[in-house]
Design a protein around this ligand. Structure first.
Ligand code: NAI
Length: 340
């Protein structure tokens, strides 16, 4: 149990490092799409996380190599690579957290919705396996379009009778990471202390950073500055897609963001209090069935969906503008899952 593990760690700890790895409960994390552009650096970062005791790396191919490589790192997690459909069950078995970065990324000129046809099918088949092999796991969805893949996952789980809205998260952490970086640069404050909530969804104008709630507050930013920061956050993914010129989308910053969110989920499961991140979840804070906002994570996954807080007029306008697009993306996902 967590308690006895903490007692054991507390009694024998010779250094804080030893304490953290000895005291944390056993946790298995599975990464689906682990050989990809996001999957590889994310595998590295999860291997470095002392809360992980078992790391399962799954992809259609290439994972034995990735697993052999990261397994040599002298940290706690035992790493196993799994390749191909027939090994998916073993990869998922007993997982506490499943991270899904499987699927194709954008090329210049593409929207996230252009990925729908390929990624919807991938997400559907992976979620079908999750409902079979680890129905209680926390699932963190990176595969785009997140605005549709999360509703697809929910429908797959509902069909299988395993849906628990507290266990399904769309990863929007990269939007927060970008908003923090861009805000710190513009407001000329140290980035380490910056916080910016980002709400709505994860595509274009559905990404709504709430700079009016940014901390530390800045009085130096004009309306034009806020608008430019908002647009840059919304187009941050496209900035990377264009710079990579056909070689994919954000992978390294996404791996960082995915690792931050998975770490928050693990801390929540382990009973660490006051773990709050933004995520795209089943929600009733607007009329839409799914919405990204600050959420509190705990032993059951999602413990509480936090409200939007006070919005500026510019943010209120952005909120109304994003709803039709987000609604359509959610409905497209639900329809796909129901018809396929
Ligand atoms: P990638 O093409 O480099 O890697 C994707 C991996 O998924 C490949 O290794 C591929 O073999 C694997 N894969 C394909 N079908 C699979 C299946 N059925 N089961 C298991 N693995 C499968 O792509 P990258 O750059 O890693 O991006 C992955 C996804 O993440 C894309 O959909 C991309 O749009 C999305 N993304 C999401 C972000 C977010 O903020 N949520 C940010 C950046 C990318």
């Amino acid at each position: 149990s967590l308690e006895s593990a903490i007692r054991r760690g507390g009694a024998s700890a010779s250094s804080s490092r030893r304490f953290s790895s000895d005291s944390a409960p056993e946790r298995k994390v599975a990464i689906l799409g682990a050989a990809g552009g996001i999957g590889q650096p994310l595998s590295l970062l999860m291997k470095l996380n002392p809360l992980v005791s078992s790391l399962a790396l799954y992809d259609i191919a290439g994972t034995p190599g990735v697993a052999a490589d990261v397994s040599h790192i002298n940290t706690r997690a035992e790493v196993v690579g799994y390749a191909g459909d027939e090994q998916l069950g073993k990869a998922l078995d007993d997982s506490d957290v499943v991270i899904i970065p499987a699927g194709v990324p954008r090329k210049p000129g593409m929207t996230r919705d252009d990925l729908f046809n390929i990624n919807a099918g991938i997400v559907k088949s992976l979620c079908t396996a999750i409902s079979k092999y680890c129905p209680n796991a926390v699932v963190t969805m990176i595969s785009n379009p997140v605005n549709s893949t999360v509703p697809i996952a929910s429908e797959v789980f509902k069909k299988a009778g395993t849906y628990d809205e507290r266990k399904l998260f769309g990863v929007t952490t990269l939007d927060v990471v970008r908003a923090k970086t861009f805000y710190a640069g513009k407001a000329k404050v140290p980035v380490a202390g910056v916080n910016v909530p980002v709400v709505g969804g994860h595509a274009g104008i559905t990404i709504l950073p709430l700079f009016s709630q940014a901390t530390p507050a800045s009085n130096d930013l004009s309306d034009d500055d806020i608008e430019a920061l908002t647009k840059r956050t919304q187009d941050g993914g496209t900035e990377v897609v264009e710079a990579k010129a056909g070689k994919g989308s954000a992978t390294l910053s996404m791996a960082y963001a995915g690792a931050i969110f998975a770490d928050a989920c693990l801390k929540g499961l382990n009973g660490v209090p006051d773990i709050v991140e933004c995520s795209f979840v089943q929600s009733s804070i607007t009329e839409l069935p799914f919405f990204a906002s600050k959420v509190r994570l705990g032993k059951n996954g999602l413990e509480e969906v936090l409200g939007l807080g006070p919005l500026s007029d510019y943010e209120k306008e952005g909120l109304e503008k994003l709803k039709p697009e987000l609604k359509a993306s959610i409905e497209k996902g639900i329809k796909f899952a129901q018809e396929n």
